[in-house]
Design a binder for this molecule. Structure first.
Ligand code: ES4
Ligand code: ZN
Length: 319
């Protein structure tokens, strides 16, 4: 039985498995530039973040209707339940859909139809976090936040994802200020491919409560000390780091060093359909490669509930 855990770094579009992609393509009359699911899987050999993002955004062409988003989310939640997930904070990329003519409301209503049944069907509580694409303009992010206003009852927070290098957190200062005024929780990807300085900037300029990835914080000992002291959770994604070549091999993952430094590390799956495994597969991979014991695995699971945007009573149930 997998240990009960919260998943805090999961892009719903990154759960699109090749079989569902082809089924949706057929249903929606979309032609994919791959002969079949096998040919598509063959293309999942990434050299860096951008090479992944190009394929990831391309494949989203098959997601068109609210039902498509419902099916996508329901398939993820079913698998997450099998992997011990009791709480999931789910990222989505509204701009990747609105840019293709799929309205914000269609995406949110589609996702929520699945999320609303998750507690009853799979025993999973859920939250939605909308991410801004950092390689798009701050104006586009602000317009997306504006488009979200009718749906804020369903959205817990904002995040920042996509191509990191050259798009520092400070570019989105005003957007995050407005998000805070609206009562939204704040997170951001930082230190995945970008430098430790981006992690610092996400904390100081955007006021984020968690850092997604944060791997490169290790290049700045003072920052590591601060993250540990302030108990800022890091949502690590070990299999993602290997597939996107942030590290050479799973055995090189610095998770052990991070735990020893007192960092509130969590283990998550990022884009499981693309990176070779869901969250328990990530736990298994680091356990086997780094020789983690029961104690460390329990700490990781406990950290996931501590780092979640849950109310106190919900957090206790999770543990
Ligand atoms: C992402 Cl692994 C990763 N990094 C940044 N942005 C993303 N969006 C989806 N997956
Ligand atoms: Zn991510």
């Amino acid at each position: 039985m997998p240990v009960p855990k919260a998943e805090l770094h999961l892009h719903i579009e990154g759960t699109l498995e090749p079989e569902l992609a082809f089924a949706l393509a057929a249903r929606n009359g979309v032609t994919l530039p791959y002969a079949d699911t096998e040919a598509l899987r063959e293309a999942y050999r990434f050299s860096d973040l951008q090479s992944f993002l190009d394929l990831y955004y391309g494949l989203m062409a098959v997601l068109r209707t609210a039902e498509d988003f419902t099916e996508l989310a329901d398939a993820y939640l079913a698998r997450a339940g099998e992997q011990g997930v009791r709480h999931a904070e789910i990222f989505f990329d509204p701009q990747a859909h609105t840019a293709r003519g799929v309205p914000f409301g269609v995406v949110v209503e589609g996702l929520c139809a699945a999320l609303d049944r998750a507690e009853e069907r799979y025993g999973i509580s859920t939250r939605l976090i909308m991410c801004f694409l950092r390689d798009e303009s701050a104006e586009s992010a602000m317009a997306t936040l504006e488009a979200a206003k009718p749906y804020l009852g369903r959205i817990t927070g904002v995040g920042l994802d996509s191509a990191e290098v050259g798009h520092p957190p400070a570019k989105f200062r005003e957007v995050y200020e407005e998000a805070a005024r609206l009562g939204l929780r704040r997170v951001a990807h930082a230190g995945e491919e970008g430098p430790a300085a981006y992690v610092r900037e996400a904390l100081d300029v955007l006021g984020v409560e968690r850092i997604d990835h944060g791997l490169r914080c290790l290049e700045d000992p003072e920052l590591v000390e601060r993250l540990a002291r302030e108990r800022v959770p890091l949502t690590l994604c070990p299999l993602s780091n290997v597939r996107l070549r942030a590290i050479d091999a799973i055995g090189d993952h610095p998770l052990r060093t991070m735990l020893a430094a007192g960092l509130v590390a969590t283990v998550n799956s990022d884009d499981p359909a693309y990176f070779g495994g869901y969250v328990e597969d990530n736990f298994d991979a680091v356990r086997d490669a780094l020789g983690l014991g029961e104690e460390e695995l329990r700490t990781l699971a406990r950290n996931s509930f501590l780092a979640a945007f849950l109310e106190d009573d919900e957090e206790l149930r999770g543990r």
